[in-house]
Write a protein that binds this ligand. Structure first.
Ligand code: DAH
Length: 357
């Protein structure tokens, strides 16, 4: 190898060995093999040589190009590995150490409320049932004895989806309530049934107290000899446990839902002035309930002379706002970490409220 080639070889290999990071390595790569690199210049010179001289020199220059290309590639890979190793050392996590307080994730208050509801109703023998967010019109409305002209069915409130295959263009909806899970459960199981169904629901509505997507928790009990007394006892116990107030005033007020007869809205005592739950002489509506309508039982193949039951439904955001004094519904979905830090719960604290039962 002629002297100039040997010099280039040694200088390049020495520079590569000394390259400390990606930038230095890249400068060597470009300075050697780039458009105006030193080796590229030598390759270009070959074109200007006589055939004999080119033959002699060409073989040596090409061998050097192969050697340096390989060396550059290898050093590049080694630098990447060094960077990765340095990161692995620097970012090493010792899972046996306690997490620094500023790095702890928080459970979103919606998830937390669902956990607490599950804990409280779980202690009363309920289990969690689920249904799809995209529901058939039949499960969401018809089977629940909702008349065709009911306002909930208007396009204003309900997101309708194109039907699967052929069928009316209203055959599928984003479920407007979790009540359809009642139907699915009664069709799939034989009583006795005791379920709650927390989950997402959708309505075409958006302001400080309404969101197009929100959460509800449905409840259903089906058995022989179920009466209004069971409904009242169950929901009173639930509300007192959820708000952590054993003497919370609870009032049942006659109302109307298509799927229950009789139907009742449930109010809790609070103070309109201070917003405090429990006292103050005012009433605040918190959920809907009733005895399952005989027609709904029959729609699910159950004989209403043999089986009775009660059902209830509540807004998870609403109950969470009341419990924690959260003023604006929209803040639930803004993913503001400061908000979450304030209203969130440590993942390590269990939902122990049901112990108050
Ligand atoms: N589905 C009702 C709503 O979205 C809530 C509801 C009321 C559910 C009474 C029930 C019930 O199961 O019995 O407003």
């Amino acid at each position: 190898m002629s002297d100039d080639l040997e010099t280039l070889r040694q200088e390049t290999l020495a520079a590569l060995a000394a390259a400390a990071d990606r930038r230095e390595w890249d400068a060597i790569r470009v300075g050697t093999l780039g458009k105006s690199g030193r080796l590229t210049a030598l390759l270009k010179e070959l074109g200007r040589m006589t055939p004999d001289a080119r033959k002699l020199r060409g073989a040596a220059v090409n061998r050097l190009r192969d050697e340096l290309s390989r060396a550059i590639e290898e050093r590049g890979a080694a630098i990447e590995a060094e960077i990765l190793n340095a990161r692995l050392v620097a970012e090493r996590v010792d899972v046996t150490l306690p997490t620094p307080p500023d790095r702890t994730g928080m459970i979103h208050p919606i998830s937390r409320t669902m956990e607490e509801m599950t804990a409280i109703f779980g202690a009363m023998g309920f289990r969690v049932a689920e249904g799809p967010d995209i529901e058939t019109d039949w499960h969401n409305f018809s089977a629940l004895n909702t008349p065709d002209h009911h306002p909930a069915r208007t396009d204003q409130d309900t997101f309708y989806l194109p039907a699967e295959g052929s069928g009316g263009n209203r055959a599928r909806v984003l479920r407007t309530q979790t009540s359809g899970v009642q139907i699915r459960t009664m069709l799939a199981e034989t009583p006795p049934i005791r379920i709650i169904a927390p989950g997402r629901t959708y309505r075409a509505d958006h302001d400080a107290t309404h969101s197009p997507m929100f959460h509800q928790c449905e409840g259903l009990v089906i058995d022989r000899g179920i009466t209004l007394a069971h409904l009242k006892g169950c929901l009173t116990d639930f509300l007192r446990a959820f708000f952590g107030k054993p003497d919370l005033p609870v009032r049942f007020r006659a109302s109307y839902f298509p799927f229950t007869e009789p139907s009742m809205e449930v109010d809790i005592g609070w103070s309109r002035k201070s917003g405090e739950i429990g006292g103050g002489g005012d009433w605040l509506e918190v959920l809907g309930s009733g005895m399952v309508h005989p027609r709904v039982l029959a729609n699910c193949g159950l004989d209403p002379r043999e089986w009775q039951g009660f059902a209830f439904g509540m807004g998870i955001e609403r109950l969470t706002m009341l419990r924690h004094g959260i003023p604006d519904l929209r803040s639930f979905y803004e993913s503001d970490v400061r908000w979450l830090r304030h209203y969130g719960t440590s993942p390590l604290s269990p939902a122990l409220l049901h112990e108050g039962l």
